[in-house]
Ligand binder design. Structure first.
Ligand SMILES: Nc1ncnc2c1ncn2[C@@H]1O[C@H](COP(=O)(O)OP(=O)(O)O)[C@@H](O)[C@H]1O
Ligand SMILES: N[C@@H](CCOP(=O)(O)O)C(=O)O
Length: 287
């Protein structure tokens, strides 16, 4: 059995902790069979190879009766880079429990469990449902609403340095002024309306008008403003993907090659991926 989970790009500017898009990088977990103790084969650096691995820990949380398995994990989602690697691991763990313990979880139940673990649905909901998702929690439950997919390329500029989400959340203010908060919320609301109305010229303007987090995090990701300025030449919009350091540019596919050439000419030499929205979310292959 193989479980495939997409990466996710959260926030899209002002949609802090509530908007996210599943994108075309993947975590794959193959269940090789029962074992004497949990064994997780991977080549993903320092992550644990035993039951301390996050995927196993989450699976246990959902189904404590699970017996040990031999897992093979591979992923092209960079870890601690703002593309939802931890959410993909959470979603994989939930699906692993769902399959091995035959829990028959609905998509809504998976979103609820994953969002409770993560604290917000912006990465986990698209990783489960696929596509562009807007969600939050009220009255002790999470809701996630699927929005139309933007017909754009998403060019991810992935700096070599890592930025743990915890560190990028620590630079945020503890409080916002009342008027600043209502304005930031109004910008986010209007972005959501524009996404559903598929008014992408307005989406692009509002995507760059965040007042919740980017101004505080920009000091940690100096490439953000340079890439945003370059994007304007190509009528593109740029935001900090999740907590960063990945910088995401939403651009018309015909302009992608020229934009990437401009990034390279301006000395931006780190990894670039041209991503597309993933429509499926988590998928299980029983073969
Ligand atoms: N494939 C994986 N298997 C197990 N744990 C993972 C995996 N990918 C990420 N993680 C966990 O998630 C952490 C990174 O989470 P976070 O700082 O939120 O960054 P990201 O933006 O990549 O989600 C890693 O330190 C690790 O504990
Ligand atoms: N809304 C969160 C999203 C974190 O995403 P990640 O991909 O960086 O884990 C935030 O902005 O902190």
């Amino acid at each position: 059995m193989k479980i495939k989970v997409p990466a996710s790009s959260a926030n899209l500017g002002p949609g802090f902790d509530s908007i996210g898009l599943a994108v075309s990088l993947y975590l794959n977990v193959t269940v090789k069979g029962s074992a004497k103790k949990w064994q997780v084969d991977h080549q993903l650096g320092d992550l644990p190879h035993d039951e301390d691995n996050m995927i196993v820990q989450i699976a246990f949380q959902v189904a404590p009766q699970l017996s040990p398995q031999h897992l093979e994990v591979s992923s092209d989602i960079p870890v601690t880079h703002g593309l939802g690697s931890s959410s993909s691991a959470i979603v994989a763990g939930i699906e692993l429990a769902n399959q091995l313990a035959n829990l028959k979880l609905t998509k809504a139940a998976k979103v609820e469990i994953a969002s409770q673990i993560e604290g917000h649905p912006d990465n986990v909901a698209p990783a489960i449902l696929g596509g562009l998702v807007v969600g939050t929690n009220v009255a002790q439950h999470f809701d996630a609403v699927e929005a139309p997919l933007p017909p754009y390329d998403f060019v991810a500029y992935i700096p070599t340095y890592c930025l743990a989400t915890k560190k990028a959340r620590a630079v945020l203010p503890r409080q916002l002024d009342y008027h600043a908060a209502t304005h930031a919320s109004a910008v986010a609301n209007t972005l959501v309306a524009a996404l559903f109305k598929q008014n992408y010229s307005l989406v692009k303007e509002l995507m760059e008008a965040d007042d919740f987090h980017e101004q505080y995090r920009a000091q940690l990701v100096p490439e953000l403003m340079t890439i945003r300025q370059l994007g304007h030449i190509y009528d593109a919009a740029t935001y900090l993907s999740g907590a960063g350091p990945t910088i995401m540019t939403m651009i018309t596919p015909e302009k992608t090659a020229a934009f990437i050439e401009a990034l390279r000419k301006n000395g931006l030499s780190d990894r670039i991926e041209v991503l597309h929205p993933d429509r499926n979310g988590v998928v299980v292959d029983d073969q």
